[in-house]
Structures are given as structure tokens and as C-alpha cells.
Design a binder for this molecule. Sequence first.
Ligand SMILES: [Zn+2]
Length: 329
Amino acid sequence: MRYVVLAAAIAVIAACAPVKPMPLVVGTEPEPEEPKPTTTPAPTTAPTPTAAPTAAPSTSKHHYTSEYPIMEYGGGKLRVILARDGDAVTESIANEYRCPITLDPTRTTENLVEDGTPAATVTVPASKTTTIARWTLIDPHKAWKVKSHFAEMFGDTASRPTRYVYALPFTAGETYPVGQGFDGSFSHTGDSEYAVDFTMPEGTAIRAARDGVVVATYDQATGGGTTDEYKDRSRANWIYILHADGTLGMYWHLAPGGVKVAAGDEVARGQVIGTSGFTGYAQVPHLHFAVVGATSGAHGTSFKFVFKTSAKDKKGTAPVELKRYTAFE
Ligand SMILES: [Zn+2]
């Protein structure tokens, strides 16, 4: 059985603001009738621990595992694994992405008592599986259920930016205006406070503003606009690049098919990574760039940053709305 949690609550996310685009989550529950042990005929749909002990002592307890994906983009899947071993039930998250992912789980259960209080916000490290909740069956002979849903965010609540002067994310010699800067009133508020929009024609080459590793991508979205549907993560095309300090560079609103790198690629500052577009929550074609982390599964955070705007600009310059910048490196 599956259910979907409506995303209405997140409409608070202002933005061309990719920071919290898709809080939407799918939950599932194990079949109340557990699979029968293959080595032993089980006379009932819920065999007791004593019903099947002889063939193999290790199966004298119930074993049950099911899993389902909750997020899948270029870079991997996030999978939920529910497992029963004897009277113990666990819920784990397998994070296939090469960056940490922060989640806010909420659950309803039947016939289970929590072992401790599961964390309201958990960060699962890159490429790891982490158990995030444990229960004990109240009545081992009866069916049990876990229904979970998650808000999830790329990034780590612990990431803090180190000082870095970013490259303008386009080709040397090209000039584009900042359509929206830090604290921009259209959508650079809240989670997306420190973000910059460069207004540019669709199809403009986008270059990495900093060295890093590509950790997640999506380029199957088409179309853009300013209705709420476009705030969903899957309605825009984008790239996340993990930096050495644990922050993520996000490049948003790329063209359909406009991602030119793959998860796992190490990219160098200045390298072409994609082409700009007009996908997702946007008024006009532009590139939205920000340096982000997570504060929870439902919210990201954006960090103030500066661009190197000329060869002499050693300290870097915070982008100013409506001002035009020419890339030089
Ligand atoms: Zn923006």
C-alpha cells in the first residue's frame, strides 16, 4: 500500500528557490502477512516463532525486509529499508548519493513500541546506510505496520563554508546582469536568501564556480513558470556540486538535457557543466546559483558568497542586483 503526502505545507518556500522543492514523500508499509520461510512450510500467514524452528535455527525467528525508493535522480537513489529480525523492527535509509542527505521522517505504526525516540531530523552520510528508527513488536504473533513519509534535502546540517572567492559561472568575455541578488524580493528569501540569478539566454554555457564533485543532477524537466507547481524539485533541471568544505554549489533552471556532467565527475573551476534554460520556478530564462547546506529535511540554508569579478578582485565581490558582470577567467 502506498500513500502520498501532499506538498501543500511547503508552499511557504519562496523561490525560484530550489532549496526546498520537493518535500513530497512516499510511504509504504510491509505486508502484514510476512513471507514464508522457504525451507519450512508455514501453516499460517503469521507463523509463530516456534512454528518453523527445525530446518535452520537461524530462521527460528522472523526475518523480513522490504524497501522502496523515495528519491531518485542522477547520482542515485535514496531507499528506505524496513527490516524485522525476531521481535525487533528497524527502519534504515540507504543513501546512494555521494553527498549527505538530511531527512525529516514522520511515521505512524501499529503493533510496535519505539526503542528510544527517533530523531526528528537525521543526516545520512554520503554512500552510507543508517538505521534511523527501532521498534519492538508488542505482539509478535500479530501483524505490524510502519508508514513513513519524509522531507529530504541534499546536504548536511553540519556544513559550514570556508572562505572562497567563486568564479562567475559563465564563459570569459560574456556579460550578464544580476536579475535578482541576495535577499531578492521575488524569491531570494528564507532558505534562498543568499542566491544570485544571472539573466541570460537559454543555451548559455554554464561553468563551475568552484572545484568539486558532481553529486546529483536532473535534466528531464521541461517548461518553467511562476505557479507553485514549478517549485517542485522535479520541475527544474539542476546540478549539485559538493565542495571541499562540505557545502553544495547549486546550479538551477538548466535547459532540458542541459546537464553535461554526471554524478561522480570531479569538475574544475571554469569547466563547462551544463547549459542554461528556463525550467522550474522562474519568470525569465536565467541561472540561479547558490552555495547551500541543509538545516532539516524540509529546509535548506544558503551561505553568503563572493565572486571574483576581475583579476585584481582578490577579496571577491558580493553580486549586486541589476549590475552586470563580465567573466574574465
Ligand atoms: Zn534565483
